[in-house]
Every structure is written in C-alpha cells, then in structure tokens.
Design a protein around this ligand. Structure first.
Ligand code: AMP
Length: 297
C-alpha cells in the first residue's frame, strides 16, 4: 500500500479520507493515478486557521474533481544556525486532522533526507528582492525558500499554488521565481487571517507567553495606525516610520523594521510615500520574531 490514510470519525461515521505521502515516489504515484488539476498549499505544519483559509480556498478552486494537495515540511535550509528549526512545533496528528477537516485530498510530508539526498548541491538565488528586509536579517532564508518551493513544484506539479500575504516578501519573491524560471504554475496570494485583536495568525504565536501575546497586538495596531494616516493623506515616510516604531516600542517590542515600501519592488520610500505601498513590520518579543504587513494600493 503506497499511501497512508487518515480518517476523521464522527458518530462512527467516516467523513473523509486523506492520502499521506512521505516519499517523492509515493506522491508521484498518487499524482499520476489521480485525474483533475492540482491546487497546492505548501506549509511547515503547526497548522492554524490561517492555513485553513488557504486550504479552503484551494478546495473551492479545485472544485469537486480537482485535487487539493498540501505539504508539511519544516525546511532546514531556510533556517539560520541560531533560529528555531529544532524547536519548531510539529503536531503532525493534529495537522492531519485539520487538513482533512478543511478538505485536503493529499498531504506530502517528506523527511529532510528525502528532500535533500546525498550530493544535493544546487540552490536557487532569490535575486535582489532576497537581499532586503528579511533577506538582510536572515541571510540565506530566501535561497532556502526558493529552493524548497522549486523542488516541491517539481514534485507536486500543481496548476496553482496558494500563498499567504502574511509572508509578503516570500510571495513576491516566489512570483518572480516562477516567472523567471518559466515554472508553469499560477500563484494566488490569499489575505492574512487575524486573531480578534488583529494579531496575524502564525505558528510562532504559540511561543508567546500570555503577557507577550497581549503585547503582540501592537504590531497590527501600528500597521492600522499607518494605514489610517496614509488614507488621510499623510505621505511623510519618516513620520510614518517613527509612529509605527513608537507603537511597537511602547508595547515593549524590539523593532527590526517598520517601513513603508513599494509593494512591487520592496524599495523603501525614502521621503514621500507613494503607491502602491506596503507597510511592513518585523519585531521581536523576547526570542520570538513576528512579521506582518498591510498593503495600500
Ligand atoms: P508556514 O507554515 O508558516 O510556512 O505558512 C504556510 C503558508 O501559510 C504561507 O503561504 C503563509 O504565508 C501562509 N500563512 C501563514 N499565516 C497565515 C495567516 N495568518 N493568514 C493567511 N495565510 C497565512
């Protein structure tokens, strides 16, 4: 039996079945035996409702005859040596139950050894966009992201891939990658799902203590403040940077960046903020690093 299955039961009734493929050959066997277009949602697991919104969107796009494929892979090559690769949460059984409930048909969850076999040496340069913002703070991060996503696309062969706007720089770089490398996939960017206080849902939110969790809401407050200012005509980049940073510092966050950037090139608006504009924030609460953004077109 090449594939594993997970079943969710209610009142002893099976409500769904999902294929679990742990190797590339298992996935390819499943992929080529199934008809219909594939819509793909790559993840690192520790799934939350933000991921759920992507999988549900994939289900709608795939329709009843298409295939919704998700991946769960904590990709070692996108973590720096002092980052949280080893402590990254891996609640696999819970993830499978969620994916099943959200309507996924198949999950690809390989080991690092399966993805990076002996002699694996080629990686993808993310270009200029990979050198700024998170690319500057996390050297090698976007090289790891591009490489693993190119590999996943070669395995999954989807018609479309859904990414979250929450990781704004990531989705932009990956759009450039599939364009520049002529990879035949459509990339759809899905809106950021938020907690009731505005905090963007993130697998890393579970690292926060209750006190840090309440202070983390300042990230979205800073972004909302900047958006309100922008909408009422404020274009002074320095004032917007200072205002966002002040919101974050008052809540005790360490600001890595709080910037108005061009939403297509990621260039920081130096003086007057133009359009399209994305306000981007990266900030730390203790050792936990959080990112978020709001786009104003
Ligand atoms: P991750 O598991 O963190 O690598 O995220 C997998 C995908 O889910 C990425 O495309 C993320 O941008 C997306 N994602 C993460 N958090 C959210 C959120 N709060 N709302 C929507 N999408 C999200």
């Amino acid at each position: 039996m090449p594939h594993g299955f997970v079943s969710l039961k209610t009142d002893s009734q099976e409500i769904n079945r999902m294929n679990i493929c742990k190797t590339i050959s298992e996935f390819r066997q499943y992929r080529h035996s199934a008809a219909g277009k594939v819509i793909f949602v790559p993840t690192m697991g520790a799934l939350h409702e933000g991921h759920g919104s992507l999988v549900r969107m994939a289900r709608r796009l795939a329709g009843p005859d298409g295939i919704v494929a998700a991946s769960i892979f904590v990709n070692p090559t996108q973590f720096g040596p002092h980052e949280d690769f080893h402590k990254y949460p891996r609640p696999f059984e819970q993830d499978l139950a969620n994916l099943t409930a959200w309507g996924a048909d198949v999950v690809f969850s390989p080991s690092p050894e399966e993805m990076y076999g002996p002699g694996n040496a080629i990686s993808i340069d993310p270009g200029e966009l990979g050198t700024v913002l998170d690319g500057a703070i996390r050297p090698g991060h976007f090289r790891g992201v591009c490489t693993v996503v190119a590999k996943l696309l070669g395995i999954v062969e989807p018609a479309a891939m859904i990414l979250g706007q929450k990781d704004f720089q990531q989705q932009l770089i990956l759009k450039h990658m599939v364009r520049d490398l002529n990879i035949p996939v459509e990339i759809i960017t899905a809106p950021t799902l938020r907690e009731p206080d505005g905090l963007a849902m993130s697998s890393r939110n579970r690292y926060l203590s209750p006190d840090q969790r309440s202070r983390a809401a300042s990230i979205y407050q800073a972004l909302s403040w900047a958006t309100d200012q922008y909408k009422s005509g404020m274009r002074d980049a320095a004032a917007l940077v200072a205002g966002m940073s002040e919101h974050l510092r008052q809540a005790g966050l360490e600001v890595q960046y709080a910037l108005p950037c061009h939403a297509e090139t990621l260039e920081v608006y130096p003086k007057a903020v133009g359009a399209p504009c994305v306000f981007l924030i990266a900030a730390k609460l203790g050792t936990t690093r959080l990112i978020d953004n709001v786009v104003n077109s």
